[in-house]
Design a protein around this ligand. Structure first.
Ligand code: NAP
Ligand code: GLV
Length: 312
């Protein structure tokens, strides 16, 4: 079988870790850093995060684009994406586990009133609040895909009253499933803690807005681990000011890194994490990519191929 050439491009770099992983897994693979590509015509596949506009179109024989993340909005930003080339998401069980751990931890923090006690501690205030039982806490998950489904199952195991919302109808054990436009309002009305695990597409951009917050129970919490583009930032600040929302945990932002002077950094009701809910780890993700490259060579399809029309 012909030797495959895979070009790598990511602002986060870590080329060496990927190279070491592929050397062990696929010794025949020619794995090249984008700066070292001497013949674009020899590149079969590309693995990337946030490729610059037109870069992918510069490979005349490209047969696969492997996203370095579960999301692909960073690739489809490229208005010159070569539409005939399959785009495959990164679906790594280790990342799914990381996401369920992260969201579970943040849901628990909000559920147990941790932000309130930290604020009370700062002013020396001893004021116990009656805790709610997990069965009485309604958690809503926007997006019931790979990550949303696993996260919902983890929260169900803990005992939360879990609902989810997706584009197409779903039937998941012990999760109240809503879908489509008609399901949005009843889903929001029962979301004491709302978790965003949607992909960023033209249909979901700005979905975390004043209109959405107004349909949630007063004092609800928000956890955004989807994308910064889902959130209308000014609407979040207004909802926290008015008390419509009580707390927000934000892992993703319109501009990353979050600018130094951004009001989120110092807001007493916002927790900021630097896009770390589920980080791509070459040690585990290389196994997934190796299988996707094997599929390319074998002429098989990819279960995690992106539908370019819907954008996820
Ligand atoms: P996925 O498997 O593609 O699932 C996407 C889910 O969103 C599906 O349930 C889909 O509905 C639903 N959806 C899409 N468009 C919708 C719409 N217009 N209305 C209602 N529901 C809609 O994606 P995933 O692997 O779970 O990942 C989700 C996102 O998480 C990624 O795109 C990425 O942005 C984010 N992420 C963040 C981090 C981080 O570290 N913060 C890490 C990884 C991923 P259907 O099931 O009906 O198609
Ligand atoms: C991270 O944000 C990802 O999409 O994997």
């Amino acid at each position: 079988m012909a030797r495959l050439t895979l070009a790598f491009r990511s602002p986060g770099e870590n080329f060496d870790k990927w190279q070491a992983a592929f050397a062990a897994l696929m010794p025949d693979l020619s794995f090249v850093h984008w700066r070292d590509v001497s013949d674009p015509g020899a590149v079969d596949a590309v693995m990337c995060w946030l490729p610059p506009e037109g870069w992918l179109a510069s490979f005349p024989k490209l047969r696969l684009v492997q996203s370095l993340g579960a999301g692909v909005d960073h690739v489809l930003k490229d208005g010159r994406y070569p539409a005939h080339v399959p785009l495959v998401r990164l679906v790594d069980p280790a990342m799914t586990r990381a996401m369920t751990d992260f969201v579970t931890f943040q849901v628990m923090r909000l559920h147990l009133g941790e932000p309130t006690y930290r604020r009370q501690q700062q002013v020396g205030l001893w004021e116990p609040h009656v805790p709610l039982r997990t069965v009485d806490r309604r958690v809503g998950i926007l997006g019931l895909g790979e990550l949303g489904t696993a996260t919902a199952a983890a929260l169900v195991r803990i005992g939360f009253d879990v609902a989810g919302w997706s584009r197409t109808p779903k039937d998941l054990p012990q999760v109240t499933c809503f879908s489509g436009e008609a399901g949005f309002a009843p889903f929001l009305a029962r979301s004491d803690i709302l978790v965003c695990l949607l992909p960023l597409t033209s249909a979901t951009e700005g979905i975390l807005s004043a209109a959405t917050f107004a349909q949630m129970p007063q004092g609800a919490g928000l956890i955004n681990v989807g994308r910064g583009g889902h959130l209308v930032e000014a609407d979040l600040l207004a909802a926290l000011d008015s008390g419509q929302l009580s707390e927000a945990v934000l892992d993703v932002f319109q501009t990353e890194p979050l600018p130094e002077a951004h009001p989120f950094w110092t807001h007493s009701r916002i927790v900021v994490t630097p896009h770390v809910a589920a980080v791509t780890n070459p040690a585990t993700a290389s196994l997934v990519v190796a299988d996707n490259l094997r599929r390319l060579q074998a002429g098989e399809g990819w279960p995690d191929r992106v539908d370019l029309a819907s954008g996820y």
